[in-house]
Design a protein around this ligand. Structure first.
Ligand code: S3P
Length: 175
């Protein structure tokens, strides 16, 4: 088991846009390195007993963000774990500060065109339910880009899972 506590920073967290492959890569990394894994969306759904879609439709985005912030802060207080954060969680200043303090952050970057193709038919993501063209992705992305780019390491997710994991592992070795 890789012990991240020996590093000054303690968790490995994945950030990036919806559909960037955060959960998949984070889960694989956790298996690969035998480190505990958390997915903030899953934890939110478990706590609320509702799907993300239903939380949005019943209570709205503002409520979702409040719960999301709470769950993220709780999970990020753990030590030595891998976390996949929902795409909008970095909108919270408190979440961003805690990431800086105790995590190694990895931004999975994907071209807008690719995201659009992947997300066009997504029914799981309330913010993208009615997207019609790539500008809908761009608008949300533009607001977040500056936060995603604060990550310690940026890796292009070309969807060759093993290559991406190898790149991340190489980066972690040099820390
Ligand atoms: C959101 C991303 C989703 C989920 C919710 C809102 C966002 O998670 O938290 O639909 O605002 O970017 P993924 O990034 O895992 O899709």
């Amino acid at each position: 088991m890789l012990n991240l506590i020996k590093n000054e920073k303690k968790n490995i967290i994945f950030i990036g846009f919806m559909g960037a492959g955060k959960s998949l890569i984070a889960r694989e990394m956790s298996k690969n390195l035998s480190i505990n894994y958390y997915d903030t969306d899953y934890e939110i759904e478990k706590k609320e007993g509702l799907s993300i879609n239903n939380i949005f439709s019943k209570y709205g985005e503002k409520y979702f963000r409040k719960i999301e912030e709470k769950i993220c802060l709780k999970i990020l207080k753990n030590k030595n774990c891998i976390v996949s954060l929902g795409g909008g969680s970095i909108l919270s200043k408190k979440v961003r500060s805690l990431i800086k303090q105790n995590s190694i952050s990895i931004y999975l970057k994907v071209e807008n065109e690719t995201l659009f193709k992947r997300l066009y038919n997504s029914r799981k993501r309330p913010l993208l339910k009615n997207i019609t063209d790539i500008n809908d992705i761009k608008t949300i992305y533009e607001e977040r880009k500056k936060y995603y780019e604060l990550a310690d390491f940026i890796v292009e997710n070309n969807f060759k899972k093993n290559d991406v994991i190898k790149e991340i592992k190489n980066y972690l070795k040099i820390l």
